[in-house]
Design a protein around this ligand. Structure first.
Ligand code: FDA
Length: 307
């Protein structure tokens, strides 16, 4: 309820202008976003790898309205992958991609996003690393899973994200719990209607545990995308029950959130990957982080008022 209200307000153009043009935002954005451009983001990427962490890099952007912006996003990912290769960072560092940034929402968007994603996968193959397709709101899930299936025929290492908030996800998890299939399970960051989603937090959490059980029991590669201590502890217990070794599943958290816990998990010998976003188009990503946690929003509003 809190989360969906914040996300609804964030779509208002005046709110967007207020948030993107003031210095209080810039300070808080810096906690969640690794820089406005790739040159700035390279230092935090190197620093995470030096701490023994794996990374998935997101070039920020979503919902492009112009086909030229989709092409620019594709080119930015190709340049990113070339840089990772050049610096010897792959395969510790992979990339995460939002298909709406590749034109999925445009006319003929499914084909357009598939073509651009295939070009990014080809660049990832040259760099010897992997790609994970982020999951956006529920209207995009069928198209995203279809694109995943097509890409996996040539690039079997392409990963997907499933959101436990969606009622359909247990069935999707069962479908994707296949050999070699990389699936990041998250709770879901989008405001969704009750017709397709669990809206109470307790229901989303219970669904997360049910989906995790399916993924951990299957032959795929589960990626536990959560900061929630209960989910992380349950994942460890399920991995043990199913005889999984440290290198056939991994934990994932967002850049700037629960960093001490990130180090603790890596030091315990588990694979811990950090989702690191960079780029100037940080608004959508930033407002989802504010919506996830009342304390973040309160901190942000206090900073605004004390300017
Ligand atoms: P929960 O929200 O219950 O938080 C548990 C604890 O984590 C909190 O008590 C707090 O301590 C900490 N925490 C969580 N969010 C925080 C924040 N914003 N600021 C500070 N502390 C915070 N979603 C999606 O819809 N599509 C996607 O593709 C992805 N991709 C993705 C990748 C990775 C690696 C992660 C970790 C998450 C995503 N998400 C996502 C976001 C996800 O859906 C979800 O919104 C957040 O992870 C928050 O849910 P938690 O599981 O952390 O639990």
């Amino acid at each position: 309820m809190f989360s969906s209200s914040v996300l609804a307000v964030s779509h208002h153009p005046q709110v967007r202008r207020l948030v993107t043009t003031n210095s209080a935002s810039r300070r808080l954005v810096g906690r969640f976003v690794a820089g406005d451009d790739l040159d700035t983001a390279m230092a935090p990427i190197h620093a995470l790898v030096a701490r023994g962490l794996l990374v998935t890099v997101d070039h920020l952007g979503e919902d492009v309205a112009d086909p030229a912006d989709a092409v620019a996003t594709r080119d930015a990912y190709v340049a990113l992958l070339e840089r990772l290769d050049e610096k010897g960072l792959a395969p510790s560092v992979e990339v995460s991609v939002k298909l709406s940034a590749l034109g999925q929402g445009l006319r003929d968007g499914h084909r357009r996003a598939l073509d651009h994603a295939a070009a990014i996968c080809a660049a990832a193959a040259r760099a010897d690393t992997t790609v994970t397709l982020d999951m956006e709101d529920h209207t995009t899930v069928d198209s995203t899973l279809d694109i995943l299936g097509t890409l996996r025929a040539e690039y079997p290492w392409v990963g997907a994200v499933l959101q436990s908030a969606l009622r359909r996800t247990e069935a999707d998890a069962a479908d994707l719990a296949r050999d070699g299939s990389r699936v990041r399970l998250v709770k879901g960051a989008y405001a969704e209607p009750a017709s397709v989603a669990h809206t109470a937090k307790a229901e989303v959490d219970e669904a997360y545990l049910r989906c995790l059980r399916i993924l951990m029991a299957g032959p795929g590669y589960p990626m536990v995308g959560s900061h929630d201590p209960r989910m992380i502890e349950a994942a460890g217990a399920m991995a043990a029950v199913h005889g999984r070794s440290a290198d056939d599943h991994e934990y994932q958290m967002l850049y700037g959130i629960r960093t001490t816990e990130q180090d603790r998990i890596a030091e315990s010998g588990s694979r811990m990957r950090i989702y690191l976003p960079y780029g100037a188009d940080w608004y959508g990503y930033f407002t989802r982080r504010l919506a996830e946690r009342p304390a973040n929003l309160a901190f942000f509003l206090r900073s605004l008022l004390s300017r």
